[in-house]
Design a protein around this ligand. Sequence first.
Ligand code: PLP
Length: 372
Amino acid sequence: MTIPMARPSTGTAELKQIQAVFKSGWLGEGHVTELFEKALGEFTGARHIVAVNTGTSALHLALHALGAGPGDEVVLPSMTFVSDPQAVLMCGARPVFCDIEENTLNVDPHKIKPLLTPKTRAVMPTDFAGLPCDVRAIRRAIGRSDIKIIRDASHSFGSKIKGKPVGIRAGEDATCFSFDPIKNLTCGEGGAILVKTASAAARLRSQKMLGIIRSTWQSFSKKKVEDRRVVQHGFRYHMSNINAAIGLAQLQQFAAFAEKRQKLAVLYDELLQPLPDITLFKRDYAAVVPFMYIIRVAARERDNLISFLVANGVHAGLRYFPCHLQPFFKHAGAALPVTEQLAQEMLSIPLYHGMRESQVHAVAALIKKFFS
Ligand SMILES: Cc1ncc(COP(=O)(O)O)c(C=O)c1O
């Protein structure tokens, strides 16, 4: 038996869309990218969406567009992917790591305030494992309107806030998604930025295309003389038709993907709940589309359990290592007690759309065996 921790769910529907792109003769950013942006808009309820090539570039571009630059500080959780502090550094700004809440695993709004300085330009919370963070509580805790909030929604595509999919309705200045291979929705590689105004979106469109005023596709499809003026500092972050085609096919199947992930997480809850050695992170899976399934076990047992699972063909591990403990960032700030404690106790076990219920039973049975 081998059960991976995560796996993409791509198949014939995605291949069919890619084939259509090949036939069209236009592989780079183009009409399918536009269709994908439109479909994302319909799904999330956002009016202004810019597709890019990775979640990391989405975060970088959002920070850059909202004005983060040299001398600025950005407050963010340490319990996230290293893309977040690296994106801050790409702007020349400084990451300031904040502790998380023990139950939600999201940044603790109450711990943000003491970290704010006149240099704070933005706060960048992550919707960890798929649970949307409370942006309104973060805004209240900040109490300053000059600080921007960028939601890193890389894990929470499809999760709901007050009955509506994560988008840009909760007071964020930008929301960023990642569509890398194992995310709730994948483009192979990809990302997207949701912003509030058409003018912000227009700026992002040129910034993701090296600062050129019109993309090659825009000039070509409108059959105008190409306007290739470079009007600002920009990056090479556009999303190709091929990646957008994968995303488009995935979106059409997303309801089933989400339901399956939710069902598997509920099953894990049921099977693991009775085990006294495990603490569950309880979520309302009617609203949360889980990106990962995480359990909490005593620090003295955690690594032994990982070895036991791996020896039995089940891929399990911590998955997200606190950024402030990474060699490159370890001098960046103060101790974060909750993050550090949880990093010794958290354990991510397999969860992906293609996983079978029998595999969830098998993983749970192994965990039970370990503790008995
Ligand atoms: C929380 C978080 N933010 C950002 C990213 C970056 O996304 P990408 O891999 O698409 O660059 C990831 C990817 O794993 C992530 O988990």
